[in-house]
Design a protein around this ligand. Structure first.
Ligand code: PMP
Length: 349
């Protein structure tokens, strides 16, 4: 394969001189910091936040590195993985010239980020069993196709994408292949983060927002070659992950047993919920899920959605999405929440 990062990187990013912060210019320990125009007196809180955070979040990356088995130099941290998605567009796609491929139905931010950055989208719909249409993808690629976004397990369908197909694309596409693994902790499939040395065009996205239970902290992760991570670091805002989030995430990452037990419980609850939903007359089809949600085809999605709202239960109506007609996307809740959901659905008439 002839992937060359310089061929896909925008010229202005290649030539960019990144912002150099006070924390970039002096990295040692000192007793008097008068270099960043912070408030030297403190902050009006019990804990001090008057100093800017580490721009490269090294301590947090070292912790993530020890959990994931990927060196810190191959990790980018952002304000949610949504930030990583946006940076990819800004770094690699020339507005009004380049295009990217998405494979809907899939996560909506790829398209929104493309639109914000004035980058054309080529949509190659998944097959009816929610797998990649390999021939149509090959046809959609031209010399200005910079990225392909593959979400696995996929949102909103819940299934994993066949690994061999993803490997075929990684081996043959001369642009960036983004594999969004936001839901990987719930999946039977293996992550792609161990393949970084094999594929220099691979970017794997993960997040602390799902299984780790930290959506409010806004911490997303991108795993990629050192060269691609350098590009992320050049383009990102200098202090993109705030100090409170860095501290709390570090603390949370010590509670891996808690997270693993929630993952097990969520997967068990998912299977129980599938069995319960399958008995209901309003349910026509339940799609296989590798995630913490299930896509459920119903007899009358909008009416069922409204009925649930009246009971104080909110699911996601995906019935207007192509290939998801009639479907609701339901997050797996606690046992009590799932029970309430099933009871509410039993009462729908
Ligand atoms: N990718 C997928 C597939 C998602 O479903 C989501 C959140 N709904 C995200 C990324 C965004 O995650 P974050 O909170 O890290 O921005």
């Amino acid at each position: 394969m002839s992937f060359n990062l310089n061929n896909v990187l925008r010229e202005n990013i290649k030539n960019l001189v990144p912002y150099s912060s006070a924390r970039d210019e002096f990295k040692g320990e000192a007793s008097v910091y008068l270099d960043a125009n912070e408030n030297s007196y403190g902050s009006p809180l019990a804990e001090s936040y008057n100093r800017y955070p580490d721009p490269l979040q090294l301590t947090l990356k070292q912790k993530i590195s020890s959990i994931k088995g990927v060196p810190p130099r191959n990790i980018f941290l952002g304000n949610g993985s949504d930030e990583a998605i946006d940076i990819l567009f800004r770094a690699f796609c020339r507005p009004g010239v380049d295009n990217v491929i998405t494979v809907p139905p899939t996560y909506g931010m790829y398209e929104v980020s493309a639109n914000i950055n004035d980058v054309a989208i080529r949509k190659v719909h998944l097959t009816p069993d929610y797998q990649l249409n390999m021939e149509a993808i090959a046809e959609a690629i031209d010399q200005n196709t910079k990225m392909i976004f593959i979400c696995s397990p996929n949102n909103p369908t819940g299934n994993s994408i066949d690994r061999e197909d993803v490997e075929t694309i990684l081996a043959n596409f001369n642009g960036i292949v983004v594999i969004d693994e936001a839901y990987i902790n719930y999946s039977r499939q293996k992550t792609f983060i161990q393949e970084l040395t094999e594929y220099s065009n691979l970017v794997v996205l993960q997040t602390l927002s799902k299984a780790w239970g930290l959506a409010g902290l806004r911490i997303g992760m991108a795993f990629a070659s050192e060269e691609i991570i350098e590009v992320f670091n050049k383009v990102k805002a200098p202090y993109n992950v705030n100090e409170a989030s860095q501290k709390l995430a570090l603390e949370a990452l010590n509670n891996i047993e808690q997270v693993n037990s929630w993952i097990k419980e969520t997967v068990a609850e998912r299977e129980k919920l599938v069995a319960e939903l399958a008995k209901l007359p309003v349910v026509q089809k339940i799609y296989p899920s590798d995630a913490n949600f299930i896509l459920v085809k119903t007899t009358n999605a909008r009416a069922i959605y409204n009925h649930l709202v009246k009971q104080g239960i909110i699911v996601r109506d995906r019935s207007k999405v192509e290939l998801c007609e009639g479907s609701l996307r339901i997050t797996v809740g606690t046992p009590e929440e799932n029970k309430k959901l099933v009871e509410a659905l039993e009462n729908f008439s």
